[in-house]
Ligand binder design. Structure first.
Ligand code: THU
Length: 129
């Protein structure tokens, strides 16, 4: 799947965002290495800290369905180009350092970065511990 198409999927799902508090809608579309796409939106809460970001929603959906290998994630927002927050960066890093992050103002101005650029030296639990 082309990254432009993935970004469009993120833009489309954004309309389902539940963001009555920030009014900042975010949509994400996560592409697995085998070609499936899982989408997600931000879901806010009266208890603000309980909100979940669009990226983690997409990951939770995919991992719940048994997918753990991802190629790319596109992120679209109602407020212009948006890069994943710090918590989401760590969350995504867990599943691979090569993940591509697709962001942009619109589908004709996309920026492609990798999670290892956005989160150098991300945390890994030493399994020997
Ligand atoms: N948000 C995301 O969905 N993804 C991000 O990477 C950054 C922030 C959401 C959380 C909250 O619902 C709204 O954007 C404003 O912070």
């Amino acid at each position: 799947m082309k990254y432009k198409e993935l970004y469009r999927a993120a833009q489309q799902i954004m309309q389902n965002a539940y963001a009555p508090y920030s009014r900042f809608k975010v949509g994400a579309a996560l592409l697995t290495k085998s070609g499936e796409v899982f989408t997600g939106v931000n879901v806010e809460n009266s208890s603000y800290g309980a909100a979940i970001c669009a990226e983690r929603t997409a990951y939770v959906k995919a991992v719940s369905e048994g997918y753990r290998e991802f190629e790319a994630i596109a992120v679209a927002s109602s407020g212009g180009e948006a890069y994943p927050c710090g918590i989401c960066r760590q969350f995504m890093f867990e599943f691979g350092e090569e993940l591509k992050i697709i962001t942009g103002e619109d589908e004709d101005h996309l920026h492609i970065t990798e999670i290892k650029e956005l989160l150098p030296e991300g945390f890994r639990l030493n399994k020997e511990y």
